[in-house]
Design a protein. Structure first.
Length: 316
């Protein structure tokens, strides 16, 4: 087995000390990371982002958190977890965060040429005693191979104290919408969780600041309580294969376009660019739908779902 098993969490496969200052993943890292994502549904690459970049982004995000929690439009994922779009401005548009040199080739290796980025957001765990239900980040009759990968960038060290995500490794390999409490929910049925716990229980890994996490969207996981006073911010970016046909477009200010277009990554931003004057990243509408119907107008989306169910319903 070519993969180093983490001492603290057998089965979790991080890559220690690879990254900063290098041009991208070696062939060996590609092989190991892709194998880990295929088998476990998740890989952690430590030391994948310059800490100065992580600190600069985190500093701004913590300030933004104070603002966001008081806005009526803020999207809560649970009582203690908000969606938080990172600042999108030239000063903090770091290439190793927004088009990471390790993530790009690994994503392209799994999703095919020019993976599409259509979700650019973040999760902030606020001080709270509440946890999320165990869920997959999807609610449709999805395919049984990898069609979506989320990249998280840890902006602070994530621990059990501040709510490192609970992950149920390997669950992506044998899950369907029938495992969900209902077809329009991501939450997994409690009896299936108990059965899985006996096979391979969930873990909460300690993840160093500056790590990059790649997770298959089908993997069962849950946001956990942050018992500390310091928000736990992480960036969350979701990618689909170009062949999936997701049509969601990010709204980004025109002044970051030259930077995004100069990124060396194979990842393509699905974006429309708007006047930076008055652009407020904190008031962007939450828009998440990883299905091939994602981004269609409401009535067309409903028709897409009907047809998809008719055509594929019995298979998925
Ligand atoms: O913030 C986290 O640790 C995970 C949050 C999450 O899984 C979600 O909101 O879907
Ligand atoms: Fe989630």
């Amino acid at each position: 087995m070519p993969i180093a098993i983490h001492e603290q969490h057998p089965g979790l496969r991080p890559y220690l000390g690879r990254g900063v200052g290098r041009g991208g993943p070696s062939q060996q890292t590609m092989l190991e990371a892709i194998t880990a994502i295929a088998e476990d549904g998740l890989v952690i690459l430590e030391n994948a982002v310059e800490l100065a970049h992580v600190d600069a982004l985190n500093e701004q995000m913590v300030k933004d958190t104070m603002d966001l929690v008081n806005r009526a439009t803020t999207h809560f994922n649970s009582a203690g977890n908000i969606s938080q779009v990172p600042p999108i401005r030239p000063e903090t548009m770091f290439e190793d965060i927004f088009a990471n040199q390790f993530a790009g080739p690994i994503l392209e290796g799994m999703l095919g040429p020019k993976p599409v980025l259509w979700y650019l957001n973040g999760n902030t765990a606020l001080k709270s005693e509440s946890r999320q239900d165990v869920h997959a980040d999807l609610a449709w009759r999805h395919m049984h191979h990898t069609f979506g990968l989320v990249v998280n960038i840890m902006l602070v060290e994530a621990t059990k104290e501040n709510g490192t995500t609970e992950v149920w490794l390997g669950t992506h390999r044998n899950t369907t919408i029938a495992d969900h409490v209902s077809e329009d929910s991501g939450a997994i049925k409690p009896d299936l969780l108990e059965a899985r716990r006996a096979v391979r229980p969930p873990i909460q890994a300690r993840i160093p600041k500056g790590s990059l996490i790649i997770r298959d969207l089908r993997l069962w996981h849950a946001g956990m309580p942050n018992h500390t006073d310091i928000p736990r911010c992480m960036v969350a970016m979701v990618h689909s294969p170009a062949w999936l046909g997701n049509k969601i477009r990010l709204k980004l200010p025109e002044n970051v376009r030259p930077m995004i277009e100069s990124f060396k990554s194979p990842i393509r931003y699905s974006a429309e660019y708007v006047d930076p004057e008055g652009f407020d990243h904190l008031s962007l509408a939450f828009n998440y739908d990883p299905s091939p119907g994602g981004g269609l107008p409401k009535d067309e989306r409903a028709e897409w779902a009907r047809q998809w169910k008719q055509k594929w319903g019995s298979r998925f």
